[in-house]
Write a new protein. Structure first.
Ligand code: NAD
Length: 294
């Protein structure tokens, strides 16, 4: 005879223990999310803001030092997802006071902050290391690294304070690194070094936040067609050499911002509750090995 099923067992076999506070959908229900680098029309930041809004966020902060399109992005997200509050904040992601201010705004308005996606970044010029002046080098390095450091510095205590009321303390800080931070990358010296630093920050801060429930991860996009790379894609199209961009990639193509945004959504959600201190390559397999050329 079959053993009767209970909440704890099914026909005598223990049921899978679900983590308290998790639900299947919507994936980021009620969460308050900050995204930097969200102005670019083709960019990863804008695509991510859409993903968070579509998946039930309570509020999404779209931030950038260039606000050319932010008001339009806000209206678009609000028209598609009327339940979501969209806030526009114009600031330099490497400006300490401004980063603190946006975190304070979230806490003062909603009493919580769940996700800080520190995604803003610049690539700088393409040149060999010896062709960089120190100031040029430091400009790229400072923007890309300080923006992630400051996001963690102000988001972590805010998340910690407000997550105490949750069934499971949680918070997710995500920095956009790059495959250039994982592997040698000819021609973008300070960029590659800065993105390696972003990976290191995610690993280090994840450990330093031990016991808080706050997770810190880095996303490492490969070659994605965004505002940053559009000139390269356009030039290749004009020359008829677009296929070359994906030639060394196992998927034989560049990626789309939305393909990176969906990983940001996942890492920001409680579905990623046991993923911490990691660098997630989103690169079609580019960094998985070296091409076997015959
Ligand atoms: P993008 O240029 O389309 O978007 C970047 C956005 O960041 C822009 O809107 C820009 O105005 C903003 N920004 C730059 N510096 C800023 C600052 N100091 N303060 C506030 N905003 C700032 O490029 P993207 O590809 O969407 O870039 C997003 C992130 O992805 C960057 O960190 C970039 O380094 C990284 N990344 C991109 C690729 C790629 O192939 N596109 C690959 C690896 C990593």
């Amino acid at each position: 005879p079959k053993t009767p099923s209970t909440a704890d067992s099914f026909e005598g076999i223990p049921t899978i223990k679900k983590v308290a506070g998790m639900s299947a959908a919507p994936r980021v229900a009620g969460k308050v999310v900050i995204v930097t680098g969200a102005n670019s029309i083709l960019g990863i930041g804008r695509a991510s803001a859409h993903q968070f809004a579509e998946n039930g966020a309570r509020a999404v902060y779209i931030c950038d030092y260039d606000d050319t399109n932010l008001a339009t992005h806000k209206r678009e997200i609000e028209s598609l997802y009327p339940a979501v509050d969209v806030h526009v904040h114009k600031f330099d992601a490497a400006d300490e006071k401004a980063v603190k201010a946006v975190v304070d705004h979230a806490i003062n308005t909603y009493g919580r902050l769940d996700v800080f996606f520190a995604n803003a970044g610049i690539v700088g010029k393409y040149a060999m290391f010896a062709d960089f002046e120190k100031d040029e080098f430091m400009k790229v390095f400072d923007t890309n690294v300080a923006s992630v450091f400051l996001a963690a510095k102000y988001a972590a205590p805010a998340m910690q304070k407000t997550s105490e009321s949750k069934p499971t303390p949680s918070g997710s800080i995500i920095g956009t690194a790059s495959v250039a931070g994982l592997r040698s990358n000819a021609g973008t010296t300070p960029y590659a070094a800065s993105k390696a630093a972003v990976v290191s920050l995610a690993q280090t801060i994840a450990y330093q936040l031990a016991g808080t429930g706050i997770r810190v991860n880095a996303i490492c996009p490969g070659i994605i067609e965004t505002g940053m790379t559009a000139p390269t894609f356009e030039a290749a199209r004009a020359r008829g050499t677009e296929k070359k961009i994906g030639q060394l990639n196992p998927l034989k193509r560049g990626g789309h911002a939305d393909e990176v945004a969906r990983v940001a959504l996942f890492l920001g959600s409680d579905e990623a509750s046991y993923i911490n201190g990691q660098a997630w390559a989103v690169d079609g397999g580019l960094s998985a090995g070296h091409p076997f050329v015959v």
